[in-house]
Design a protein around this ligand. Structure first.
Ligand code: PCA
Length: 197
């Protein structure tokens, strides 16, 4: 059975929950004949760096689909991971890297190894807003995406890597005009994505 590793992040900044972990945690353990393994990550640059090679070796996934939360109104399928940490605010350990490469021996950037356009079309076909994003930022989400691609390259792993930024959940923005997406829509999107992988 094909194995997909789904990752989400713990809450960070002012948020009490993180939509990325809400989605991963609520998802089934098997779908479309694919085994789904779930992993919750801390919003900490250094811990993410140490965990990534470990989980790749431990779970040997065929695919890693990593999720993070953003403030937009669409599901953002990330195209590129940059070799750069540049945080405006501290991570959950209090660390605030500025203009730092993630790996001195790494490429400046890696592209997603999943079919991003096919993913976008599969989600949009369900009338769920989905766009291709050409920047995952320079915070912990980009850091995770870069580490996953770096280690697959370094260890010559066949694992395919993708990163998706999710809007906040409806309950996270109640009482404000901020954009959001219901959990159920995110679950439908994830089903559609897994079906085409
Ligand atoms: N979003 C942040 C880090 C964790 C998360 O869910 C980001 O976009 O980098």
């Amino acid at each position: 059975m094909k194995r997909i590793l789904l990752t989400g992040f713990e809450p960070f900044h002012e948020y009490k929950i993180n939509s990325s972990w809400s989605l991963v945690d609520s998802f089934e353990n098997t779908t479309s004949g694919i085994e789904c393994i779930k992993f919750r990550l801390p919003v900490e640059f250094r811990v993410v760096s140490s965990i990534v090679p470990e989980i790749l070796k431990q779970y040997k996934p065929d695919i890693v689909l990593a999720f993070g939360q953003c403030t937009g109104d669409s599901i953002r399928i990330e195209r590129v991971a940059l070799n750069l940490d540049d945080a405006r605010t501290a991570d959950n350990s209090g660390y605030t890297p500025a203009d730092e490469p993630i790996h001195a021996d790494g490429k400046n950037a890696y592209f997603s190894s999943l079919p991003i356009k096919a993913i976008q079309h599969a989600v949009a076909a369900k009338n769920i807003p989905a766009i291709i994003s050409n920047s995952a930022g320079t915070y912990v989400c980009n850091h995770l995406f870069y580490e996953l691609l770096y280690w697959c390259d370094k260890l010559s792993l066949p694992t395919k890597i993708g990163f998706v930024h999710l809007p906040r959940l409806t309950e996270q923005v109640s009482g404000t005009q901020n954009p959001s997406l219901p959990l159920q829509q995110m679950q439908i999107a994830l089903h559609e994505i897994i079906k085409i992988l």
